[in-house]
Ligand binder design. Sequence first.
Ligand code: AMP
Length: 286
Amino acid sequence: MIIVKTVHQLRKALKEARFNKRKIGFVPTMGYLHEGHLSLVRACKRGCDVCVVSIFVNQKQFGPREDYDRYPRDIRRDATMLVKENVDILFIPSNIEIYPNGYLTYVDVENLDSVLCGKYRPGHFKGVVTVVAKLLNMVQPDVIYLGQKDAQQVVVLSKMVADLNFPVRLRVCPIIREKNGLAKSSRNVFLTPQERSQAPILFQALVQAKRSIQNGEESVSKIISFIKKKITRFSVGKIQYVACVNANTLQPLKVLEGRVLIAISVFFGKVRLIDNVIIPIKKKKS
Ligand code: AMP
């Protein structure tokens, strides 16, 4: 595995692959890797000739009172994991490499960034979209791999790629979970033992909601209140939101139809956990 720290080194490392028309796959991450990230890396290895992973904790997507400073970091451990996966290139740029002094340019996906998580994290998606746009220009991959864990991020980035004509295909990989259902996340290390034992309630509530929709439940408000009650009753989690939206447009649903995304965000102490399920609903025959 080649480790590169600058855009110049990255382009040099990719020059031959590009010249030989090799298929380049890219997995952007913020590091402190877990099986969720590795599932993206493995999909990239299966689907492409060259696998590039980036690790960059992007300050611009953290709010002033969010956890940028204490976000977990361990580059050595991450690099060892990526060597085992036979990753070709690891890109670990510095802040100044990504945002040189005097940096002024941002990419904003309107509307989609002000719902769900965006409503509570102003500026977050602007930061995400800007850094991914920059990373795409740096790596110029054929395929970018993203996790369904961050459902809104997938929708926002798909729109950015389409609207700005980025010549890249987007592959979305399923959510990887602990055995108890808790979605893997770099932030799970901050959960206390009690919070960690209660956090799987998020997934359990989503699974039960999904089942009840599949069994014929049609009311959006009943589904939302069921999930809220379940989480409040069985955990110390403080709900930020529970939402039922169209999975493609992220617009709130009045009627359960089409590709339904149920997305939730819950605080366990200072740790904000997100999770989601997608439920395709067939149109009823009239
Ligand atoms: P992050 O390091 O949190 O920015 O995540 C980097 C990528 O890994 C994003 O595309 C995430 O959606 C994806 N990812 C994070 N956790 C998981 C998970 N549990 N399952 C699948 N993908 C994940």
